[in-house]
Design a protein around this ligand. Structure first.
Ligand code: NAG
Ligand code: NAG
Length: 442
């Protein structure tokens, strides 16, 4: 009897065990199926969204190519920094030189409306020539895109660049034994903002032994003909490097380019971004000076800064001037953060960067996970130049930035400066409220 009970109990136990085991196997099977479904759904949604974005871009490209009722294309406006009306006037003035220039603003209707993200059909990215890499057949949802991109490449995991420590490591650089230099995809991209010190940032970074910088602005993601050739062209336009060196490129045009964030992560999901932000009014002054210099060289008249940026009749900011839109940082950053996690993006305060470049570069080294190397020996203030110069311990040479960098700004009428500042204030405030960046110039 006792034996029987024991047997029954054992039998029970076995049944219970098998049931538990069986159901757990079943549950995990069901879970995997469910997870697979979710993943498939996610991929589907992602593909659909990407497709939509490409269609949107193709349409815009067509608009640029076909023109807008013979009106100057927004691309031309971006290149010259003039509003479409100013451009039109400049064009008609060239044809009929007797006609005096007219400062009246153009009708709003000729400018396409802006979308909430700041990337309406007038997105500056596309004005700069950014456009889809996909052939028109690729824009139909049923057919997969046939482009050099169809085989998605994901470059190797981050190289084992010397890990960061708190101490400054001054030891000379030795390449990994037995290695030869190669072209490599960038691991770091300086995406903007132009006239905020991106050149200085790139040149300072280039002093670091674990960094190799592309000297030219590559503009791969905004250059249609280059982008259509595929990623190998991008890689081969990078300087040669060893595996323990980070390749960095700087193309400030990427900042306003709507398609760029997505195109960059398609190259490598681990790419880190550097973004330097300065007071948008000061940035505008700097940009104006650059444009004026160019126009002076080509003998083109350009209005004074005040009239160029603010309509004197109404005292309103000429918000159709492409260079003025650039300063609305929050709108463009919204797009970047749709694709990049904030810990992959390091934002530098442009004003602090000028005052304390070594301190800011230390933060950059930490962000890039490279050793602390740069000191005030490498980046030093030159009183004659009125700006920082560099000494390369690798090349044993010093050099200063070009004559246009760090040049003193023109005096701007206080009223106009204030009007512009007020215009940018809500955008500046969003840097803190949306993204939690406290800039010293806000
Ligand atoms: C695009 O890149 C090609 C090749 O580097 C260059 O020749 C061309 O000028 C670039 N186009 C633009 C619009 O920058
Ligand atoms: C300082 O700047 C002046 C003017 O640009 C330049 O001639 C000189 O070589 C610089 N000196 C150093 C040590 O960088």
């Amino acid at each position: 009897m006792q034996e029987y009970t024991q047997k029954v109990t054992l039998e029970h136990l076995r049944i219970v065990l098998w049931t538990v085991l069986g159901s757990s196997v079943l549950v995990s099977l069901l879970t995997s199926v469910a997870m697979m479904n979710t993943t498939l759904k996610k991929i589907e949604v992602y593909n659909h969204r990407t497709e939509l974005a490409h269609q949107h871009e193709l349409e815009y490209q067509r608009k640029i190519l076909l023109g807008n009722n013979g009106k100057p294309s927004p691309m031309a406006a971006k290149v010259s920094g003039l509003t479409p009306s100013e451009l039109r006037k400049a064009e008609s003035a060239a044809k009929t030189p007797s006609k005096p220039p007219n400062s009246k603003s153009e009708p709003e209707s000729s400018v396409p409306p802006k979308s909430p993200t700041g990337f309406g059909s007038s997105t500056p990215s596309e004005k700069k020539g950014a456009s889809s890499s996909f052939s028109s057949s690729g824009s139909s949802p049923s057919s997969p895109p046939t482009s050099p991109w169809s085989s998605t490449i994901h470059s190797s995991p981050p190289s084992s660049a010397s890990s960061s420590s708190t101490a400054t490591d001054l030891s000379p650089y030795k390449p990994p034994p037995g290695e030869t230099k190669e072209h490599r995809f960038p691991k770091v991209i300086i995406v903007g903002v132009s006239k905020c010190g991106t050149r200085a940032l790139l040149d300072y970074l280039a002093l670091h032994p674990n960094v190799i910088a592309a000297n030219k602005e590559i503009n791969f993601f905004t250059n249609v003909s280059m982008y259509n050739k595929g990623p190998e062209v991008y890689k081969n336009s990078m300087p040669l490097s060893y595996s323990d060196q980070l390749t960095v490129e700087k193309s400030p045009d990427y900042f306003e380019c709507e398609m760029c964030p997505e195109r960059i992560i398609a190259i490598d999901r681990t790419i880190k971004l550097l973004l330097i932000l300065c007071n948008p009014v000061d940035r505008l002054v700097s940009q104006y000076m650059q444009l004026k210099e160019k126009n002076d060289q080509s003998g083109t008249h350009m209005a004074g800064f005040e009239e160029w940026s603010v309509d004197p009749m109404t005292n309103t900011v000429r918000k159709n001037v492409a260079s003025i839109r650039t300063g609305m940082y929050d709108q463009y950053m919204t797009n970047w953060f749709r694709f990049f996690h904030q810990d992959k993006v390091h934002v530098i305060d442009g004003a602090t960067f000028i005052k304390d470049p070594v301190g800011e570069m230390r933060k950059v080294e930490t962000f890039l996970e490279i050793k602390h190397y740069l000191t005030s020996e490498d980046i030093y203030y030159n009183a004659t130049k009125g700006f920082h110069c560099m000494y390369s311990r690798i090349a044993k040479k010093s050099h200063c930035l070009g004559p246009t960098k760090g040049r003193p700004h023109i005096k701007v009428l206080p009223g106009v400066y204030q009007t512009l500042q007020t215009y940018y204030n809500p955008h500046n405030a969003r840097l803190k409220s949306y993204f939690n960046y406290q800039m010293s110039w806000v």
